[in-house]
Design a protein around this ligand. Structure first.
Ligand code: ASP
Ligand code: MG
Length: 419
């Protein structure tokens, strides 16, 4: 069996969904499970809605209406007005209507997951109905009964053994009777609440299903020709890799390459399942195959730009050295606050940490750190990572930029710059 994952960009409009159905048709002789993300920028829109609702902002209703309008306009392009999918979609919205009517009483992260998850519930309803409309058989699977997580909202931790048991018990029979369509990014707790697995987590969902079902491969359909050495949004002159080792793919995603979610590779590597990254607008193209390859020669460096970074420098209030004890304590505070560390540098008196900027989480962390340490920080930074770099490239990329931190090893250079 095969697992396909379609990201938001591939289902952003009616044409995208038509194209998805064509790809599925091409593979209809195979057993197929497809994992779908929220359509277009829906998750961002729902994030805004969650924030507005939590703060009881005046534009809450307006933000919600925009999400509805977007989905209904796509529905009208794909289906007759009498099609039952209109009811499915309306019922999905009802799930959050109830929540939005009352004032928020739960934590922000909990509310976020209950609201934001609607994006994937909607997209999969629409995709399932459309695949059926073009003459194939597909079944909608509510992933929340299969991917079991703890109750760490917005970053659900998967209970692998429970998850695989559920998947192995029910999904093989479903695959025999048609294409199984399910939601990326979501999970469910033992109390039947919805969790999310972290932004862009649909790739991870695909890899969980593939690993539990021993799939032949996972294909993630993207708006790029495959895995490139740099993000074409930032760099003009990119090259595509035909193959890539699991190791290199893990390194790249760890440093922030957004082409694949960082948690995706490990389960596939462990189960020896290749990951194919292919362009959805050219389904016959080879894309990139990520598998057990030996060390590769890189004729061009891999460049990864991670924006929205902050750099904090922490020193002891009494002028003492930064010790191992400080390090482990500070690290613990970062972990407790779910703030992701990307680079760490120590000197005698201070510890510098570059991390993903998430305002709510950072403010809490900052208050804790300030109780014990002197703290200075800058936000609005970018972290550039170069794998297999040459010195000239490093110079070129940092030319004229304000560098706040630099760290180089044999294979990897990391630079934190303003902007
Ligand atoms: N829709 C979610 C997001 O945009 C998950 C995903 O796209 O993988 O973060
Ligand atoms: Mg997405």
């Amino acid at each position: 069996m095969l697992v396909f994952k379609f990201g938001g960009a591939s289902v952003k409009d009616a044409a995208g969904i038509t194209n998805l159905a064509q790809i599925v048709k091409k593979y209809s002789h195979e057993q197929l499970l497809i994992v779908v993300s929220a359509m277009g920028k829906t998750t961002n829109a729902l994030e805004k809605l969650a924030k507005a609702y939590y703060n009881q902002a005046v534009d809450t209703h307006q933000l919600y209406e925009e999400v509805k309008l977007y989905h209904y306009s796509i529905l009208h392009n794909l289906f007759d007005d009498t099609h039952p999918v209109f009811d499915d979609v309306a019922n999905t919205f009802v799930e959050i209507d109830w929540m939005l009517e009352d004032e928020p009483v739960d934590t922000y992260d909990f509310i976020y997951d209950q609201l934001v998850s609607v994006g994937e519930l909607l997209s999969t309803r629409i995709v399932t109905a459309y695949i059926n409309q073009v003459g194939l058989t597909s079944k909608w699977l509510d992933v929340r009964g299969f991917i079991h997580t703890d109750n760490t909202y917005r970053e659900g931790v998967v209970d692998w053994s429970k998850t695989c048991t559920s998947i192995q018990q029910y999904v093989p029979a479903m695959l025999m009777s048609g294409v199984v369509v399910t939601q990326g990014f979501l999970g469910g707790t033992s109390e039947n609440f919805t969790t999310t697995l972290g932004r862009e987590g649909s790739d991870y969902t695909a890899s969980i299903f593939a690993s539990c079902l021993q799939a032949q491969s996972v294909t993630t359909w993207k708006d790029v020709p495959g895995v490139l050495n740099a993000d074409p949004k930032f760099f003009a002159d990119t090259i595509k890799f035909d193959t890539l080792s699991y190791t290199e793919a893990i390194e790249m995603t760890y440093y922030g390459a957004s082409v694949i979610h960082p948690k995706t590779i490990k389960p596939l590597q462990n189960a020896g399942i290749p990951l194919l990254v292919k362009p959805f607008n050219d389904p016959n193209a080879a894309g990139t195959v990520i598998s057990h390859y030996d060390n590769q020669y890189f004729k061009k460096a891999i460049i990864i730009v991670k924006q929205n970074q902050a750099l904090i420098s922490i020193s002891a209030k009494d002028f003492s050295f930064i010790s191992e004890n400080h390090l482990s304590h500070v690290y613990q505070l970062f972990a407790q606050n779910q703030v992701k560390v990307n680079v760490l540098q120590t000197s005698a008196l201070s510890l510098s940490v570059c991390f993903d900027w998430v305002e709510e989480r950072f403010n809490h962390l900052l208050n804790q750190l300030k109780q014990e340490f002197n703290v200075k920080y800058n936000s609005n930074l970018s972290l550039i990572t170069l794998r297999h770099y040459q010195y000239e490239l490093l110079k070129e990329l940092t030319n004229g930029k304000k560098i706040l931190l630099e760290q180089t090893s044999r294979n990897t250079a990391q630079i934190v710059i303003a902007g």
